[in-house]
Design a protein around this ligand. Structure first.
Ligand SMILES: [Fe+2]
Length: 175
């Protein structure tokens, strides 16, 4: 089995940023990476956290996300384009926009194992794993995610709340 390391992942994605169309280059790289998921699964077995940050600079934030089918993460914005490359299970995003009375769901999109999806920088989504098993995915944001002042949205009122890890945890809800 080919050896995979998350350090290599960061190096390869940083190289994509140097190309004329970083998002397209990253998408192409991720599609090729998840075509052979076994080395990725072996490496991510070592990750104990649900969400792991590997790298952040002004151009790029790279995370590993493992979501459980019994928990929905609260609606939130990124203010950056994001690529979601799923390699195990299926990651489901419910898409919203702020409406007259709270949030309006405007659709959903999922990334099944082997798929890379893109969300634009204005997207608001709540996320979970579809089906019965956890989802495992690489998330690549085209900018410095943790440096941005961004919002979560209250499930009931739809009101924006400052994004903090505490609020994010507190607003998770069972599916
Ligand atoms: Fe997100």
């Amino acid at each position: 089995m080919a050896v995979f390391s998350f350090n290599d992942l960061v190096t390869n994605i940083k190289e994509c940023v140097m190309t004329p169309d970083p998002q397209a280059a990253i998408q192409q790289y991720l599609e090729q990476l998840i075509r052979t998921p076994a080395p990725l699964l072996a490496a991510s077995d070592q990750l104990s956290e649900a969400e792991t940050l590997f790298h952040e600079d002004d151009d790029l934030s790279i995370w590993h996300c493992r979501f459980q089918p019994d928990t929905m993460l609260p609606p939130h914005e990124h203010l950056l384009p994001v690529l979601i490359a799923c390699y195990s299970g299926e990651e489901l995003s419910l898409l919203y926009r702020p409406g007259e009375i709270g949030l309006e769901q405007i659709g959903e999109i999922s990334a099944a194992a082997g798929e890379v999806i893109a969300l634009d920088k204005d997207a608001i989504h709540a996320v979970t794993a579809k089906g019965t098993q956890a989802s495992e995915a690489i998330h690549v944001y085209l900018g410095p995610l943790m440096q941005l002042k961004r919002d979560l949205y209250d499930w009931d009122s739809g009101k924006a709340v400052d994004f903090t890890m505490e609020a994010f945890e507190a607003m998770k809800r069972p599916v």
